[in-house]
Write a protein that binds this ligand. Structure first.
Ligand SMILES: Cc1cc2nc3c(=O)[nH]c(=O)nc-3n(C[C@H](O)[C@H](O)[C@H](O)COP(=O)(O)O)c2cc1C
Length: 317
């Protein structure tokens, strides 16, 4: 449910609820584009965001994919980072104690090669303070095992989400879906029935770029994931399709660079959004967008965030 009440651009309550979790505003920074939050703390006032999602955390540290890992494309970017991360135990020991000083929702993005890996990462996180929710990445295109392999089959989605749900008794479980599926409604329903509290729609699109002169890929990993403005219209439709298929709240992301992009995602049914690739060009993007939201709502004479969605529903319901 969206609770924002806009009476004047200056005094706006932008808070939103995702199930039982209340966020200051609907703007979060996306996994893999905001480090562990700490890397951005000198540039962005973390206390002004609805929250942020950590880089994907795995049971053991991961070295990731060989360089180059990023390649700019028209209106977007390819990446193949391969889920490099410090591992869940180092995150708990080294990053989380510092993160607890901030008043923002920290969402732990969780990754595994098999169902038991996902459950084990969550079990390790269950005992620590300072996290608002888990986001299960069942949609990474840049690893050979795990990731997307889970996210495109409703039976495997049910298994991995069910196991994560059992492990996650203390916190909300968000499930991040792959955009490359025949019927995202089917996958979303499977995740919801297995216990997802919210759905994050969506991850990057499997893609590639090469140099025909050398015959080499532009990425060390041969293929990668496409993100940025190029994917926004496609993902927007996926959020709309997911909205029609499930009751669970949706966190929308893909190509968000401006406040207007956020309002588009809220219109088709997202309760909150994440800002990803935009933070590469402008590290302050998430805060800039959060700061601009009250005026943008006021400009279109919308007095609650719900009204934005109702407008679209009335026209297209
Ligand atoms: C460099 C990079 C690393 C990423 N790493 C992760 C990750 O570890 N876990 C995850 O769930 N998504 C990851 N993503 C996907 C983003 O969180 C997001 O879903 C995607 O980029 C689409 O949003 P955008 O167009 O705003 O970037 C990564 C994206 C990029 C560009």
């Amino acid at each position: 449910m969206l609770l924002c009440e806009v009476t004047s651009a200056g005094a706006v309550d932008l808070s939103v609820t995702i199930g039982a979790l209340r966020l200051r505003n609907p703007i979060l920074a996306a996994s893999g584009t905001f480090g562990y939050g700490l890397e951005f703390a000198h540039l962005v006032d973390l206390n002004c965001l609805g929250g942020f999602v950590t880089k994907g955390l795995s049971r053991e540290p991961m070295e990731g994919a060989p360089p180059p890992r990023l390649y700019p494309t028209p209106s977007g970017m390819l990446n193949a980072v391969g889920l490099q991360n410090v591992g869940v135990r180092a995150f708990v020991a080294e990053k989380l104690p510092v993160l607890r000083k901030f008043d923002t929702a920290v969402i732990a993005n969780v990754f595994g090669y098999c169902v038991e890996d996902y459950a084990e990462v969550i079990r390790i996180l269950e005992d620590v303070e300072g996290l608002a929710a888990y986001e299960l990445n069942i949609s990474c295109p840049n690893v050979k095992r795990g990731g997307m392999q889970f996210g495109s089959d409703p039976i495997q989605v049910s298994e991995v989400v069910g196991a994560a749900r059992k492990a996650a008794s203390k916190r909300q479980l968000w499930v991040k879906l792959s955009p490359l599926v025949a019927d995202i409604g089917l996958i979303a329903r499977s995740a919801e029935e297995a216990g997802a509290d919210a759905l994050t729609v969506a991850n990057t699109y499997p893609a590639m770029a090469l140099d025909y002169r050398t015959g080499k890929s532009r990425l060390g990993n041969l293929t990668g994931g496409l993100s940025g403005p190029a994917i926004k219209p496609i993902t927007l439709k996926l959020v709309w399709e997911t909205r029609k298929a499930v009751k669970a709240p949706i966190i929308g992301l893909g190509g968000i660079e401006t406040v207007e992009d956020v309002l588009d995602y809220l219109s088709v049914g997202a309760s909150a959004v994440q800002v990803g690739t935009a933070s590469f060009a402008d590290p302050k993007a998430s805060q800039r967008i959060a700061d601009g939201l009250p005026n943008a709502l006021f400009d279109v004479k919308v007095f609650t965030l719900n009204e934005i969605r109702d407008k679209f529903l009335q026209e297209n319901g």
